[in-house]
Structures are given as structure tokens and as C-alpha cells.
Design a protein around this ligand. Structure first.
Ligand SMILES: *Cc1c(COP(=O)(O)O)cnc(C)c1O
Length: 370
């Protein structure tokens, strides 16, 4: 029998979702508003796992969940989540039967979308009328609004559906100036009266997403839709939230190089002194931005180690200085605790917003929840 050396135990690249961070962020939102909180878990919970984020948010007091497709909404139901769910955008089509059967509320922003939903002949549909309040995106634009109201009124009178919500979305909430949202707030107030006049009652009215939830109470109405804030991102820049994720990977190679050694493709960086270079197996295919500021770094053993040379598809090279790093030494790419870089620093280094940092982490990175 030939002896085979046991492989070094390494923890593979892992994105950890920190439930206590999500819960703390829901707590921050709850302290800012009397309105109900919808936890928006689109894009797989902003890359953190929709079911994990939903469980944490609901446990912390979120009353509703929001998704952008029926498939995502059904995934939450299959995970045993029973709170009300609203889905909008409908990339996978309008399944009225599934919506009715699973009690999933559906946002409708056009007469065409309403007709598509009613075409399923399901009863007991729950519909949020989505009004364009200045985005020119999926909400119903002003000229078609009266017709949409009329059709919804008829369908409700015929017992086909119930209008359970009125929805808008703010284009400028990240400015954190109430004046920027004022026209949209006025439009929502009028729409609410129009629904009352049309005999559609006073359904749950919601306009604000994270930025306005944290910075402009006039936008809160009955519910705020809190997505980015769950995972520690405040687009209004007014509130320090809690980090909810940690991306780690093992060092898989570490070696001493001399001064003046070109590193990586094109040799774009040259070492100034003799140093140890170490390899972290995460690259642009895993969501590490390829264009990065020179300050970009990861944390190893409590120290920031700069990324040197180009980002490759599967790996980055970091300068670990005076020491050779044993195989499996953990590098923290981002995390909630100093001195690990935050997702906000990564966004600055890449010239982007933290949303794209967290939603860009690729599928071969293992997911865990803490
Ligand atoms: C994404 C989205 C939200 C959540 O926005 P955040 O800024 O991430 O909180 C709310 N409403 C709609 C319509 C959205 O598309």
C-alpha cells in the first residue's frame, strides 16, 4: 500500500450570510418608521441567499417579502415561509393560478399585465396596482392609469381579484432630500383617493425603498420596501448599517519572490522589494471586479494585504509581506469587522456601488449562514 499524504484541510471560498446583521438592520428600519416592513429578497437576497435572508428578516419583524419573479416567490413558499409575498416585474411570466393558490400578491403596472393575469381564470387573485411615480420603468404611466383602475374595478366587482395594494417607486430617494421625493408623494396621495373613489378601498400603500425608508418619513405610507438595507447598504448615505456578509477564501499558494518581479498577466505590477506573494482562488469569474484601485486589498491574519497584478479569471495574487503563508490560511475579502475590507470599500475600489459587489459573487462560491 502506498501512503498518500492527506490533503491539507482548507475551507473553500465561502460567502457567509450573517443573520444577526440582517436582524439588526431590520431593527434599524423599525426604529425609523411606524410602517410595516417588506423585506425585498430579489437577486437571491442580493447575493446572500433569498431564503436565508427572508428567514432572518421575518424573524426580526419584517411583515412582508418582495421578489421580482413568481419563481422566486414560490421558492420562499416552498421553504415554508407563510408571510405575505409581493412579486413584481414577472420575468418568468404571470402565473395567476400559482399566485392564487400560494397567496402571492402580484404587482400590475399595465392593462396588458392585468389581462395576462386574469387570463388564467383563477379566482382570489391579490393585486397591487403599480403607478409610475417618476421612474418611467415598470409602473403604469399617467395616460393609462385611469383605464387600469377601471379594469381592476370591474375585475374586483366580478369577484376575480382583490386590489390589496397600491405601489410606487422613487427615482431620487438616494439624494436623501425630501424635496426630491415630494412630487411622487403627492402623486401617491392622489392615487390613494382615486382608488377610494373607484370603490377599491384603501389597500396597503407603499412607495419607499431603503433610501427613503431611512431618510424621508413622508414617503412611508403603510409599508416600506427594504432590500439593500437588509444586507448593510444604505443608498441614502445617512445611516450606518450592519454588515451581513463575509467572503473568505484559503490561500492556496505562497512563495518568496525577489525585488523587481513582474506579477501576473502583462506584468502590470512589479515588486519593489523581496516579498511573499500568495494566491487566493477567487477571480473575476467569482465576482472580483477586474478593474480595481491600487488600494484594493484583502485581510490575512489581521493585516491588509494588497492585491498585486491583474485579477485573473480564477485567482488574485496578494502581497503577504515577510511571511510565507501556510496552505489554507484564510483570507477575508470582505466582512463586517475591521480590519477586513467592507463591501463599501470594494465598491469604491471598483468604481461601483456595493449592490454590484454582493450580487456579483459567483455560483461556485459556497454559501453558508451564520
Ligand atoms: C429593488 C427594489 C426595491 C428595494 O430597493 P432597495 O433600495 O434595495 O431597498 C424596492 N422596490 C422596488 C420596486 C425594487 O425594484
Amino acid at each position: 500500500m502506498s501512503a498518500v499524504a492527506a490533503p491539507a484541510r482548507v475551507q473553500p471560498p465561502t460567502l457567509e450570510t450573517i443573520a444577526s446583521g440582517i436582524a439588526a438592520n431590520v431593527g434599524v428600519a423599525r426604529a425609523r418608521t411606524r410602517a410595516r416592513i417588506m423585506a425585498v429578497v430579489k437577486a437571491d437576497g442580493y447575493g446572500h441567499g433569498a431564503v436565508a435572508v427572508a428567514h432572518a428578516a421575518v424573524a426580526a419583524g419584517a411583515a412582508w417579502l418582495g421578489t421580482t419573479s413568481m419563481t422566486d416567490a414560490l421558492q420562499l413558499r416552498r421553504a415554508g415561509i407563510t408571510v405575505p409575498i409581493l412579486t413584481w416585474l414577472h420575468a418568468d411570466g404571470m402565473d395567476g393560478s400559482a399566485a392564487a393558490a400560494e397567496r402571492i400578491d402580484v404587482a400590475v403596472g399595465s392593462v396588458e399585465a392585468l389581462e395576462a393575469l386574469l387570463a388564467h381564470r383563477a379566482r382570489g387573485l391579490r393585486v397591487h396596482l403599480h403607478l409610475d411615480t417618476g421612474m418611467a420603468r415598470e409602473g403604469c404611466a399617467e395616460p393609462a392609469w385611469a383605464e387600469l383602475l377601471l379594469r381592476a374595478q370591474r375585475a374586483q366587482a366580478g369577484g376575480r381579484l382583490r386590489v390589496t395594494g397600491l405601489m410606487g417607486h422613487l427615482a431620487k430617494a438616494d439624494r436623501a432630500e425630501p424635496a426630491a421625493n415630494a412630487a411622487a408623494v403627492q402623486r401617491m396621495r392622489r392615487a390613494r383617493l382615486e382608488l377610494l373613489e373607484a370603490g377599491l378601498g384603501d389597500p396597503i400603500t407603499h412607495l419607499a425603498a431603503t433610501a427613503a425608508a431611512l431618510s424621508d418619513p413622508a414617503t412611508h405610507f403603510d409599508m416600506v420596501r427594504f432590500g439593500a438595507g437588509l444586507v448593510g447598504i444604505d443608498p441614502s448615505g445617512t445611516t450606518a448599517l450592519h454588515g451581513a456578509s463575509r467572503l473568505t477564501a484559503p490561500i492556496v499558494h505562497s512563495a518568496l519572490v525577489a525585488a523587481d518581479t513582474p506579477v501576473g498577466y502583462g506584468g502590470s505590477t512589479v515588486t519593489r522589494t523581496a516579498t511573499h506573494l500568495s494566491v487566493v482562488p477567487l477571480g473575476y469569474a467569482d465576482g472580483i471586479p477586474r478593474t480595481l484601485h491600487a488600494a484594493a486589498s484583502v485581510e490575512v491574519r489581521g493585516l491588509r494585504c494588497p492585491i498585486v497584478g491583474r485579477v485573473s479569471m480564477d485567482q488574485i495574487v496578494i502581497d503577504t509581506g515577510g511571511e510565507r503563508m501556510p496552505l489554507g490560511t484564510l483570507a477575508t475579502v470582505f466582512g463586517p469587522d475591521d480590519p477586513a475590507p467592507s463591501i463599501h470599500e470594494w465598491a469604491d475600489w471598483a468604481g461601483t456601488i456595493p449592490h454590484t459587489v454582493v450580487t456579483g459573487i459567483g455560483p461556485r462560491v459556497r454559501r453558508t449562514t451564520a
